[in-house]
Design a protein around this ligand. Sequence first.
Ligand SMILES: [Zn+2]
Length: 343
Amino acid sequence: MKITLDPGHGPFGNPGVLPGYYEGTRVYMLAQTLKEELEAYKGTEVVITRKTLDDNPSLANRGGEAAKNGSELFISLHSNAASNPAAHGVSVFRSVKRPDSEKLGRLLGEAVVNVMKKRTDITYLRGVMTRTENYNGTVQDYYGVIRSSVKSDKVKYSYIIEHGFHTNLTECGYMFDDKSLSDIAKTEAEVIAKYFGLEKKDDGKPVGYIEYAVQPGDTLSAIARKYGTTWRELADYNKLENPDLIFTGQIIKIPVYDEINVGDVVKIKDDVNTYFPGGRPFSKWVRDYYYVAAQTGDSKGRPVYRGGDRCVLLGDKINKKSGAHVGSPINSWASVNYVEKVE
Ligand SMILES: [Zn+2]
């Protein structure tokens, strides 16, 4: 499912009672963490309305982004303000046009309260509310972000969540702590995942690794990109103390997750363009088929190009639609990291 997160305001919007706290910066950070938590579930794609911290799109464009990109869920992230420094608590606003969104709004509000209350003692749910205005005789949502998001029927859930008050010393202190943002993000993602029946991605344990010798000009991020992983994972896996410091010839282990066995039906991963690191580019037609893995091995034997990789011989061609074997086998080697099993 597609989700749009909207961190409110710009970077220095709405200072809090603690020096250095800006609502627009804190909720931007919350959005990044929440995106990561949500995308740990299968089939989720999260769009953030502010592309950078400095971004400050109009209210119409924030909600409009969700309407345009086909999101089912839109959440505008905020911390609240009041002239009375005693004011505190969590508020959730939902669209008046979406009465069915009351339940998820309440679940989110209650979950955020439960996690905040553990450390603030004072946080409570002020309510799951609608706020409306009369426009040319019709009732519409008062908040521009909500109003613009529900212009698309696809946006079935549209909320503003006020994560406590940054004008309250206790709640501002809470929101100023990175651990708090990660706690909130975790709990919000869990509520959303449970409500929509999302399953955690199966990131299991690697079944092995391949060895990559660092080339002149390589960076860890560039190597990670090449193998469909992240510099962070490579740094962790290789226990690199300083990920910025790699040297030519250094061996970086690339974790391999999929165990491919002879007889498995495989396809070429979407982001792979060549048969093998350093191999020739795939012809277009190669992607048009599935293949039966005919043999596996590591590249210390022939006929693959580079030492250390675990490889699979792509054998019989299979028609993607009918599942029928077609023509003669392809008989080319590919890295196991370059293919995936067809379910
Ligand atoms: Zn705000």
